[in-house]
Design a protein around this ligand. Structure first.
Ligand code: SF4
Length: 335
């Protein structure tokens, strides 16, 4: 098991398939992009699948989420998903994407066994999208959402980050849009993980502010008191509203900074260049790639992996005066 000294057990593996992306979101990277990881350092599809198999067969991983950068840019994505879902103890699978190209790829991903998707959508306004992502691709993202729903990659979840003075006035519009289409919307507090190290607490829209903004138009009732478990999102029922499939409509808030949920964390991460991160904000990593390429056995790799998780800190430490942002940017860690 991937247990740490606080009694938490990691069962949810987040796999970054690439650090490259086709957007340039202001809260993630500079307009010119970043120096991408050198190709020889990236894990091959076979190496990735071997590590996923070790995680599932030897270390108790039950859920695998594919992230990036932008995972749809990974050429072997359908094969990686198929190789994962063909494992004897089939893990649940999910993908976090910016949605660009999803409309075209969704049927093949569903065919490969992908269960569901989370799509990033911070605005419904093309001008604001261009300001935030520095690309004119909003319609591709909206088509991607519809394509995922049509392909049965459900529930389709939407991740939205609100930025003060940019899109923070769009919370209720985003919720209306998602409720009408049956998408489960989650608002995420902006985290200090951008490559420019420009995050400022006062520009972050807090969970409290998000809820206050939504309550201007919706009646929200706590949905998961006591049943939340390790889920990052606090869920709320939207009173009197049902999704198109008849289920009670919900909206979620992920208060990573002001309402941390590290105490029940069950996540562990694998980077595209074969490093284990026991926390999104870990300042140290554990190298599995050199073991892989050095002829190590599955058991030796599993041991190094569990040693990496055993030393996991109690939380992200963002609210500690001594907090230091990790050197690896979000785009090379994944959601
Ligand atoms: S910040 Fe780290 S410990 Fe906290 S929930 Fe995220 S991954 Fe887990």
């Amino acid at each position: 098991m991937l247990a740490d000294s606080y009694g938490r057990v990691a069962t949810d593996l987040r796999v970054s398939l690439t650090d490259r992306c086709n957007l340039r979101c202001t809260y993630c990277m500079p307009p010119e992009g970043l120096e991408w990881l050198p190709k020889p350092e990236l894990l091959t599809d076979d190496e990735l699948l071997r590590l996923i198999r070790i995680g599932v067969d030897l270390l108790g991983i039950t859920e695998v989420r594919f992230t990036g950068g932008e995972p749809l840019l990974r050429r072997g994505l359908p094969g990686i998903i198929a190789g994962t879902t063909e494992l004897s103890t089939r893990p649940r699978t999910a993908l976090t994407t910016n949605g660009i190209g999803l409309a075209r790829m969704a049927p093949a991903l569903a065919e490969a066994g992908l269960d569901r998707v989370n799509v990033s959508l911070d605005t419904l306004r093309p001008d604001v999208f261009e300001t935030l992502a520095r690309r004119r691709r909003l319609s591709d993202v909206l088509d991607g959402l519809a394509g995922a729903a049509d392909a049965g990659l459900t529930p389709v979840k939407v991740n939205a980050v609100l930025m003060r003075g940019v899109n923070d006035g769009e919370a209720t519009d985003l919720l209306h849009y998602c409720l009408e289409r049956g998408y489960e919307l989650r608002f995420i507090e902006q985290m200090p993980l951008d490559a420019q190290h420009g995050w400022r607490r006062d520009t972050m829209i807090t969970a409290e502010e998000i809820l206050a903004g939504l309550r201007a138009e919706f009646v929200l009732e706590e949905a998961d008191a006591g049943t939340r478990g390790s889920a990052p999102a606090e869920l709320f029922h939207v009173r009197g509203v049902r999704f198109p499939n008849g289920e009670q409509a919900t909206v979620g808030v992920i208060g990573s900074v002001t309402r941390p949920f590290c105490g029940a964390c069950d996540r562990v991460r694998l980077t595209a260049d074969g490093q284990v991160r026991n926390c999104l904000f870990a300042r140290e990593e554990s190298d599995l790639r050199s073991l892989l390429r050095g002829g190590a056995t599955d058991e030796e790799i599993a041991r190094r992996w569990s040693e990496a998780v055993a030393v996991k800190l109690p939380g992200h430490g963002i609210n500690d005066p001594s907090f230091l942002q990790p050197s690896r940017p979000m785009s090379a860690i994944g959601g």
